[in-house]
Design a protein around this ligand. Sequence first.
Ligand code: HEC
Length: 292
Amino acid sequence: MTQKTSKAPAFSLLAFLLCLTFPSQAQAQDYGGGMRDLIAAKCLSCHEPASDNRKAKRELDRAWDMRAVIDTWGDPIAMDFSPFWEVVEDGSMPPKDSDIAALTEDERALSFAWMEAGMPLPADGNPFVDLELAAKHTFVVPEAPAQDGAEATLSGFDRLTRWVGRQHAATTHFPVALLFLAGALRLWSWLKRRGPFHTQEGFCLLIGAPMAAVSAGLGWLNAANSGAGGDDLFYHRWVGVSLTALALLLLLGRKHREHRAYGVALLILLILVAAGGHLGGELVFGESYLAF
Ligand code: HEC
């Protein structure tokens, strides 16, 4: 009798230990952790904000965060209809013509296992495929307080130049429209064999070219003070300066306006104005603001 009861604690201890070991064995299959490494190695280079693959970015540019991958490419109801499943199944990602090697059999198996398990996050709780990108794009460095502080310590003159420079955006649309119109009139007369509209073109240049010079000057001031930089600013600046120079030349050389080369220059002006305006828009609103 006493012997029988003395075994019960031993059994329940055993059962308890079994219960402990089973879930921890399941957790040892850390599909999420494996997928984090896989995405870092095979997907991130295209599906991230600095990638120059526009199509890939449009699909998803936050592959540095597994939660974004799950939200965008998962499907909580029918996993085998999810975009992720599709690309793994038909082997279309990474694209065959890319530098990134196709998924290995093990990686495919892991991907399917992960999706069948409901796309769990890594067991260690860290959803970030790339910590550096996560830091860069998640924790936005608060700019406003720093700027307020800086502004407060600026001298009156610096504040004035900064304020004047900011008028670039307000003044620039005016010459953009006029110079664009000057080129468009010439294009119109060539295409439709109407016109010529020399008087109207001249009017647009007469007002547009000096305004462009003012606006370019303000833009230069604004660039110095706004903290903008990089390729976009470089191209915007030099397209702006070139089109201003061209507009002034066209204004001064108006007596040649019947010449074919003058018309070609007007069309170049039209293209430069469109390009410069677009680059300026990207500077202000971000690169993909025109994406459809
Ligand atoms: C070399 C660049 C590149 C790599 C690496 C890459 N992708 Fe893509 N991905 C693209 C491009 C480009 C598109 C857009 C395809 C299109 O529009 O035809 C895309 C689209 C997708 C789509 C949407 C497909 C659809 O039809 O909706 C999914 C899902 C996807 N990628 C998943 C992945 C996964 C998962 C990986 C890693 C295993 C990966 N990608 C790696 C370039 C890449």
